[in-house]
Each structure stands twice: as C-alpha cells, then as structure tokens.
Ligand binder design. Structure first.
Ligand code: SF4
Length: 363
C-alpha cells in the first residue's frame, strides 16, 4: 500500500465502517430487478446498462432485455439487429455491441460461464475495471473494488480525499483505498452498499447527511466540507454540430432510411438522410447532399422542427425537414420503408423523435 493511502486511512475504523454500511444496505436497499438473483450474466447486463444511464430509465429496458435474452446463449445467438432494437433509446450503443461480442466469447471460450478470474473477465470486450469489480464482487463474492464516479464521490467525502476525480490517475487511489476497506466476508453487500449510498443518500448535491448510516465515519461531515467534495475539474462543453435532416417520402408514401457505418458513433443504427452543415443555406446543402448520395432532386415541403441532442462530447443541433421526390433512386445502403414499419428499425434517439413527427404528421 502506498504511503498516501496509509496516511489517508490513519485512524479510520474499517471494521465498524463495514458493519454500519452493510447493516444499512441489507435493511434499506431498493428492490431492483437485477438484485433478484446473483446470476453473473444478469449482474453484467445491469452494470452495462447502468453506465451513464439512470436507474429508473434502465428498469423497463432491463426487464425486456432479460425476457428476450435470458441467458448467455440466448444473447450470443441473437441477431445484432434484434439486440440493437432492444437497446434502442438507451444510447451509447457500442455498449450493446460490445456486450454481445463479449457474451459470444463467454459462450465459445468459457462454456457459457462468466469467468470469475479478474484477468479473464477484464479481457472481455467492454468490461472495464468497474464492471469487472462489480461482477466479481456481486455475483462471485470476490473482494474486488468497483469504483465509478459515484463511489469516488462518496469515498472522497468519507475519507476526506482532495484529489481531482476527473483525472484518470485518481481511480488508482480510490481502488487502493477500497481494497483496504472492503469487507472480505461480504464484498457484494459492501460494494452495493457504497453504490446505494451514493444513489440515495450521499448524492452529488445536498447529501442527506443527517440520515446517513456512516455519518460518524465521515470526515467531510465532521469538517462541514461535504458540499465542496469531491474535487472535479470541468469537462469541455460538447462541440456543437449543426445538422439538417429530411424525412424524405417518395410518391408511393415510403420513407428513405439508411444505415450508419459499422464503426464509429451510433454504428449500424438507422437514420433519416442528413448532412452536417457549414456556412450557407441549410436547405441547399441538404439538397446537394441528397443529390450526391442518391442522384435525386428533393422538394423541401416544410420545416418540421429544430431541436438539440447532446452526447458526452458533441451536441447535434438538428433542423428537420419534410421532403418529397419523384423518380428512381440509385442503389446505396438504404431502404424505402412504409410509414407503419418505421418503428421496426433501430434508430438513435434523435431519429426516433423524427419518426414520431412523421407518424404524428400523417395521422
Ligand atoms: Fe455523504 Fe454526508 Fe454521509 Fe458523509 S455524512 S457519507 S457526506 S451523506
């Protein structure tokens, strides 16, 4: 253990802390569908879904996903398009693709049993140190740290750590501390207790210190610095990307949708034709783009809406048009789809909104 961690944990009563945290967690934990069993596959799916996504949002997705793909083999053998469809709306679609390819590896190389060795599990696609620690501790009772942003916030306050949690190097400190204070008898309840504490008591703003089960251990509370911790430097604001999109209908009432490339942002999902804008007329740039891609002349009927969609690193500023065209279209990676069938395609959230506009506009 580094001197820094030894110093930070000087006079910290680990045993009593574990006891208070675990007793509270066992009594007060929320009923959540992924807590119904310790099946490592179920734990894994929940942890992947919960990355960057709120619990309330995840619950219905998780239940549907588990009914569609209840086992490692069910997910391994599923079509990727069906998996993406079940994930539609959750965002960060590479999570779903990585999950399926890792689950395929478990099916092929580990007889369908999620490995319980830190090295093996960490080599699976999309399984970072947090997810590996969560699966190993929750499903297999192995005392491995599961440190995410929530746990770093809680630990910053309890132990009094004034280190910038936005820096990648900080994670090492928090993992080392967790290795030292985690319960070896019940690492599952310990890690889940930390997560639960961060979710419902030690929240980012206005933590409920007066109701906190570990208040007597908390240095930030003792010093009154709970609102100042954790230290977190600001991320850069997402880069704005202006985009014009068209819901493009042919003379038989079908809409053109196309599939995004197999790699990169929102890989393999479907979308309405669109173009990233530079200076000048939006409509002209959109028409030129469609001409270059499909050699058809588009008639813009009207503007349907403008709205933003924010990713972690960029902000789409969308202007949505309704358009029509006559004539034959050159073969490319697209489909002409009847309005009533648009919902069968896996669209990213922004394009689901456009689908909704198309359906409502035609009703
Ligand atoms: Fe968080 Fe307050 Fe509890 Fe400390 S006492 S762990 S700051 S809720």
């Amino acid at each position: 253990m580094t001197k820094k961690v030894t110093d930070l944990l000087h006079l910290f009563d680990e045993q009593k802390f574990q006891q208070d945290l675990i007793t509270w967690f066992k009594k007060e934990q929320r009923t959540l569908p992924w807590r119904e069993s310790k099946d490592p596959y179920r734990v894994w799916v929940s942890e992947i879904m919960l990355q960057q996504t709120r619990v309330d949002t995840v619950i219905p997705y998780y239940e549907r996903f588990m009914s569609l793909f209840p086992t490692v083999y069910a997910l391994a053998e599923a079509e990727e398009a069906d998996v993406l469809k079940a994930w539609e709306g959750l965002g960060y679609y590479s999570r779903a693709r990585n999950l399926q390819s890792a689950v395929r590896e478990v099916a092929e190389s580990y007889n369908g049993i999620v490995p319980n060795e830190p090295k093996e599990i960490s080599e699976l696609k999309g399984v970072g140190p947090y997810t590996a620690g969560a699966i190993l501790s929750i499903a297999y009772d192995i005392p491995e740290p599961a440190v995410d942003g929530n746990v770093m916030r809680v630990l910053s306050r309890i132990i009094g750590i004034w280190e910038d949690i936005a820096k990648p190097s900080a994670r090492k400190t928090f993992e080392e501390i967790t290795r030292r204070i985690i319960s070896n008898e019940d690492p599952s309840s310990f890690n889940q207790g930390m997560m639960e504490l961060g979710a419902i008591v030690c929240t980012p703003r206005s933590p409920s210190c007066l109701l906190c089960p570990v208040q007597e251990h908390c240095r930030a509370f003792a010093e009154g610095s709970q609102e100042e911790l954790p230290i977190k430097s600001k991320k850069k604001a997402p880069r704005p990307v202006p985009i014009a999109v068209v819901a493009l209908e042919d003379n038989s009432g079908k809409f053109l949708v196309r599939q995004r490339p197999e790699t990169g942002l929102l890989a393999s999902l479907w979308e309405f034709p669109n173009v990233e804008l530079s200076e000048g007329s939006k409509e002209d740039q959109l028409k030129n783009h469609i001409w270059e891609e499909y050699q058809i002349d588009v008639e813009i009927e009207k503007e349907l809406a403008t709205f933003n969609h924010i990713f972690s690193h960029l902000k789409w500023q969308l202007t949505v048009y309704k358009g029509t065209y006559d004539g034959e279209i050159s073969p490319k990676n697209f489909k002409m789809v009847e309005k009533k069938n648009l919902r069968n395609f896996a669209f990213p959230v922004a394009h689901q909104k456009i689908t909704q506009m198309v359906l409502e506009g035609e009703e």
